[in-house]
Design a protein around this ligand. Structure first.
Ligand code: HEC
Length: 120
């Protein structure tokens, strides 16, 4: 047990910001946003594409996405079609810096590449 705890602490200590973003994304967003498949929400790959078109610069992408997710808001949405189809995303209780880590991870992750060896 002690050994396992030490291993876990080591793992946490060696996580980079990007890994943290990945963990947070998979723990909190994937329930609704599958990476490649539309489910109860648009697939993250589509959200990412839309955001990249609107905000090519990482800084703008992260700033807009983290602010929007903090307070989902129809007026400021850049995915009006998704709201019409799925209804507005519910507000989740997250700190802004957590949402920034997640948005950074989404900006940097080509979800199609990650899954090139998988069947979905
Ligand atoms: C309970 C389900 C649910 C969870 C959990 C969820 N979302 Fe969403 N999200 C939605 C739905 C539904 C939409 C599409 C409607 C909309 O755009 O509001 C959406 C839309 C979005 C959009 C597009 C915003 C726009 O411009 O309209 C972003 C960005 C987003 N989600 C990010 C996230 C992130 C990041 C997380 C994890 C922290 C997350 N979502 C967790 C349901 C969810």
């Amino acid at each position: 047990m002690k050994k396992q705890l030490a291993a876990l602490l080591f793992l946490l200590g060696s996580l980079e910001a990007n890994d943290m973003g990945s963990l947070l994304f998979h723990g909190n967003c994937v329930t609704c946003h599958y990476e490649l498949e539309n489910k109860s929400a648009p697939a993250m790959i589509h959200v990412r594409e839309r955001y990249l078109q609107a905000f090519p610069k990482k800084e703008d992408f992260v700033s807009f996405m983290s602010t929007w997710v903090m307070h989902p808001n129809e007026e400021r949405s850049i995915m009006q079609d998704a709201i019409a189809k799925y209804e507005l995303m519910p507000q989740l209780a997250f700190e802004k810096d957590v949402l920034e880590d997640i948005a950074e991870y989404i900006y940097e992750t080509d979800f199609r590449k990650i899954h090139k060896n998988h069947n979905y």
